[in-house]
Ligand binder design. Structure first.
Ligand code: ADP
Length: 425
C-alpha cells in the first residue's frame, strides 16, 4: 500500500520542499488556517479563530507541536485573525513566512462557473460574489478572507478551491430537478453538491490504493461528518451526489434532516404555522441524529448511549445507516462498475459500528465486513475493511487542506523563479 510520501512523489510539480502554502478556510464566524507543505501534506502551523463577530473571539494554534490560544477583542473578524497570524504567529518564525508561495482559499460555492481551482483575480472575485445567493453564509466570509489575505500578503498569488467544482462533471439528468425547467435556466436552481474537495481527495487516493489511474477508477465515496454526502464517481469524475442546491439534501446528518417529502414544508407552513425561519432552523439545526435521538448530534455520544439502551440513540443510528445503505444501493445502479466503496469524514473514518451496520444492510449486493480490519481502521488508519469475498470497501482519511495546498502550488509553480540548483529535485 502506498504511503502519503509515495503519493507526493507522483504529484506533477517539482519544486523545493521548502515551498509552503497558507490554506485558509473562512466560515461565517470562524477562520481555520494551516501552513502546509503541498508535497507531503505536512503541517507546520495550524489554527482556528472562532466566535468572530459574536461573543468572545478566540484564536488557538499549534506550531511545532506546541499549542497556544488567546482571546481577541470583541470586534475581531477575519481581517484581524489574519493580521494576528502575520504579526504574532508567523513573525516569530520568519523562515516560515518567507517560504510561502501561495495562499489557497476554500470556497464553498462556485456555481456553474468553476469546474477547477483557479488563480484569484478581479473576475474570479466577481464570480464568487455572483454565487452569494447560493451560499449566503459562506461566500461573503470567503470574500472577506480573500480581501484580508490580499492586504496581508500583497505579493502572494491566491487560489480559490471550490467545494462544488468536482461535481461540475455531473450529467444533466443527475443535476436537473423535476421542476419547471425555467427555474434552472433563469435562476440556476439545480443540484450542485458539496464536499467536492473531499470526494476528489479520496477518489485520487483510492486510485492509488487500487493501482488504477484516476481516470479509470469508479467508486462510491461516503463522506460522513457532521455534514454528510455521498458521491458516485465514474472514471475519476463525479456523476451524482446526494447534496443538492443546498447542503440539506441527501443523507441523515448531525442536525440536518437530509431528504424529506417536500410536501412537509407546506404542511409545516399552512397547518402548523411555522414561518420560513422556523422551517429552516427545524430542518438544518434540529433534525438529523439530534432530532431523532433527542440527545445529541455527536455520533460518539449516540454510540455510547445506544450501548446503554437509549432508544432514541438506537433509532437515530438505525435510520442513519439504513438511509446511507439505500443511497449506496442506488449508486450501484448509477455506476456500471464499482471498484470500491469508500468511507471518510469523522464518522466514516472512525465509527466501526456505523460501517459494519451499513455493510450488513448491503449483504444482498455483495458486501461483507472483515471484523478485525474494521475495528483497526480508526484514528487516521487507512485501508480495506471488507472480507476477501466482499465488494471492496476502504477507509480513507480525508485531507481537504492538502488538496487546496496542492492545487495552489500547481497553479502558481510556473510563476516561481528557481532559487538555485538545490531547489530542484
Ligand atoms: P465536520 O463535518 O464538522 O468536519 P467531522 O468530519 O469532524 O465533522 O465529523 C464529526 C463526527 O465524527 C461527529 O459525529 C463525531 O461524533 C464523529 N466521530 C469522531 N470520532 C469518532 C469515533 N471515534 N467514533 C464514532 N464517531 C466519531
Amino acid at each position: 500500500m502506498a504511503s502519503p510520501q509515495q503519493i507526493s512523489v507522483s504529484m506533477s510539480y517539482s519544486r523545493s520542499s521548502s515551498n509552503q502554502v497558507l490554506v485558509l478556510n473562512c466560515g461565517s464566524s470562524s477562520l481555520k488556517f494551516a501552513v502546509m507543505n503541498p508535497r507531503d501534506g505536512s503541517v507546520s502551523v495550524s489554527g482556528i479563530g472562532e466566535a468572530l463577530g459574536q461573543g468572545e473571539p478566540v484564536v488557538s494554534w499549534k506550531i511545532d507541536g506546541d499549542r497556544q490560544s488567546t482571546s481577541l477583542p470583541k470586534d475581531t473578524r477575519h481581517t484581524e485573525v489574519i493580521r494576528f497570524l502575520v504579526d504574532e504567529i508567523l513573525a516569530g518564525h520568519p523562515d516560515l513566512g518567507d517560504q510561502l508561495i501561495a495562499i489557497g482559499h476554500r470556497v464553498v460555492h462556485g456555481g456553474e462557473k468553476f469546474s477547477h481551482s483557479v488563480l484569484i483575480d478581479d473576475a474570479v472575485i466577481k464570480a464568487i460574489q455572483e454565487c452569494v445567493a447560493l451560499a449566503p453564509l459562506h461566500n461573503p466570509a470567503h470574500l472577506a478572507g480573500i480581501e484580508a489575505a490580499k492586504d496581508a500578503f500583497p505579493k502572494l498569488p491566491q487560489v480559490a478551491v471550490f467545494d462544488t467544482a468536482f461535481h461540475q462533471s455531473m450529467p444533466r439528468h443527475a443535476f436537473i430537478y423535476a421542476l419547471p425547467y425555467a427555474l434552472y435556466r433563469d435562476n440556476g436552481i439545480r443540484r450542485y453538491g458539496m464536499h467536492g474537495t473531499s470526494h476528489r481527495f479520496v477518489t485520487e487516493r483510492a486510485a492509488e490504493l487500487l493501482n488504477l489511474s484516476v481516470n479509470e477508477v469508479s467508486i462510491i465515496s461516503a463522506h460522513l461528518g457532521n455534514g454528510a454526502s455521498i458521491t458516485a464517481v465514474r472514471n475519476g469524475r463525479s456523476v451524482d451526489t446526494s447534496m443538492g442546491l443546498t447542503p440539506l439534501e441527501g443523507l441523515v446528518m448531525g442536525t440536518r434532516s437530509g431528504d424529506v417529502d417536500p410536501g412537509l414544508l407546506m404542511h409545516l407552513g399552512s397547518r402548523m404555522d411555522y414561518c420560513l425561519k422556523e422551517i429552516n432552523d427545524l430542518l438544518n439545526k434540529k433534525s438529523g441524529l439530534l432530532g431523532i435521538s433527542e440527545l445529541s448530534n455527536d455520533c460518539r455520544t449516540l454510540e455510547k448511549a445506544a450501548e446503554d439502551g437509549h432508544d432514541g440513540a438506537q433509532l437515530a443510528l438505525e435510520i442513519f445507516c439504513y438511509r446511507l445503505a439505500k443511497y449506496i444501493g442506488s449508486y450501484h445502479a448509477v455506476l456500471p462498475q464499482v471498484d470500491a466503496l469508500v468511507f471518510t469524514g469523522g464518522i466514516g473514518e472512525n465509527s466501526s459500528l456505523i460501517r459494519e451496520k451499513v455493510m450488513n444492510q448491503l449483504r444482498g449486493i455483495g458486501y461483507a465486513v472483515d471484523g478485525e480490519k474494521n475495528a483497526r481502521a480508526r484514528f487516521g488508519e487507512e485501508g480495506p475493511i471488507s472480507a476477501d469475498h466482499s465488494a471492496v470497501t476502504l477507509v480513507i482519511p480525508t485531507n481537504e487542506e492538502w488538496v487546496i495546498a496542492r492545487d495552489a502550488a500547481e497553479l502558481v509553480s510556473p510563476h516561481i523563479p528557481d532559487s538555485g540548483p538545490s531547489s530542484r529535485e
